[in-house]
Structures are given as structure tokens and as C-alpha cells.
Design a protein around this ligand. Structure first.
Ligand SMILES: [Zn+2]
Length: 224
């Protein structure tokens, strides 16, 4: 009897371990597990940002070769984030609209596998998440974005291009023309007012406050 119990315990532990990745992280990597998590917590649904946020512009660089990886990482140019994250983006878009601006999204939910690939290839590891912790993008709780001028459709000038691995990209970098600094600080101000926190070394990256309630995920867009 004791032997059988020990055997049962062994199998149970094996099953639990099988859900963890080599870094010991729990990652939702099957559509079934994702559906079950939404059933228990509807706020965990990953929502299509383009469909939910009126007038939002997408410029999904990882669906093109125009990114630091110089290769196509996503099969389609889409952007998803958890429901409460998208609700906040809606409010931000409405507020920006009153001032003649609109959101342009570069990236949002990112499957964990892509984060691993980024880490392996990135020349400067300070600008990519370590696979041992994963990225808040993997939780559907981080968004890379900027703003456009609604009248011209053009980008509002910012300190650097997206994904520039330079010190000028820091959220508090000071040695900038006043107009550029004003644009960047305006964007950071609007985002922080609505529940996001800017990444200290990337003016375009915003973490949703409360990200720790959402699991890491590794499901491609087409399986969501
Ligand atoms: Zn980011």
C-alpha cells in the first residue's frame, strides 16, 4: 500500500513538473489551458486591440523584417492584450483624441517562445527580458506604443525610433530638444495616469499595473 502511495505521489509530482519549463516557470501553453483560465477569470481574455480600440493604428514590427531581429517573428500583424489592459487603452485613446492624437501600437502580447528567441539573439541583453522570468509582454500586460498626429497621420517626434537600444531611449533621458522631451513626457503622463508604468530604459514600453495576476503564456496568435 505504501509502495502504491509513493508511486502515485511520484506520478503526481511528475505531472506537475511537466507543466513547468526549464526555468521552473508555469506557462500556459495550450489553448485548452488558456480557455480554462478564461472560464474561471473572464478578465484574463486576450482581446484584439484593433477591434476594441477605435481608430488605433498598428505597426507590428515583428510581423515584418523591420525589427532588431531582422526577421519575421509573428505570422500576422495583430496585437492582443488582457481585457483590463485594453479597457485602459480605450480610455487613453479617447483622451488623446480630444488633443488631436491617437495611439500607434508596435507590440503587445508576445508568446514566450519569441522572448526566448529575442534573448538568444539580442546584442544588448539590457533591452530584452531574460527567459528565466519572462516578459510582461508574455503575460499580455505590456504594450509598446507611440502616438500619431491625427491631422497628418504622422508619428509625433520622439527621442528615438522604436526598439533603439540606446541610452537616448531612457524614459528620463534629459539631453533632448525641448519639443521632443515634451512629446515623450506627454505620452508617459497619459499612460501613467491610466494605470501603466513606463520602462526605465524604453520610452515606448508600458507595463500594466497588476500584471502579476496574469500568467505567462506561450500560445501563437492564430490559436487564441
Ligand atoms: Zn516592450
Amino acid at each position: 500500500m505504501r509502495y502504491i502511495l509513493a508511486l502515485l505521489l511520484f506520478f503526481q509530482v511528475s505531472v506537475l513538473c511537466a507543466q513547468k519549463n526549464p526555468y521552473g516557470l508555469n506557462i500556459i501553453n495550450s489553448p485548452q489551458a488558456y480557455r480554462a483560465s478564461i472560464k474561471a477569470h473572464p478578465e484574463k481574455a486576450l482581446v484584439d486591440i484593433k477591434k476594441a480600440v477605435p481608430g488605433v493604428v498598428l505597426d507590428i514590427r515583428y510581423a515584418t523584417k523591420n525589427n532588431f531581429m531582422k526577421q519575421v517573428m509573428y505570422p500576422s500583424a495583430r496585437a492582443f492584450a488582457r481585457k483590463p489592459v485594453v479597457e485602459q487603452l480605450k480610455k487613453i485613446q479617447a483622451e488623446l483624441k480630444k488633443k488631436g492624437y491617437g495611439l500607434k501600437i508596435f507590440d503587445a502580447y508576445r508568446p514566450y517562445k519569441i522572448t526566448v528567441a529575442f534573448y538568444q539573439k539580442a546584442s544588448d541583453k539590457n533591452f530584452v527580458a531574460h527567459p528565466k522570468s519572462g516578459s510582461k509582454h508574455n503575460r499580455g500586460c505590456a504594450v509598446d506604443l507611440s502616438i500619431i498626429d491625427l491631422k497628418t497621420g504622422k508619428d509625433v517626434p520622439m527621442p528615438t525610433p522604436y526598439d533603439s537600444f540606446s541610452k537616448t531611449a531612457a524614459a528620463d533621458y534629459q539631453d533632448l530638444p525641448p519639443a521632443i522631451k515634451k512629446n515623450r513626457d506627454f505620452l508617459i503622463g497619459v499612460m501613467e495616469k491610466h494605470g501603466f508604468r513606463v520602462m526605465y530604459n524604453e520610452w515606448w514600453h508600458y507595463d500594466f499595473r497588476g500584471w502579476d495576476k496574469y500568467e505567462l503564456m506561450d500560445i501563437p496568435f492564430e490559436k487564441l
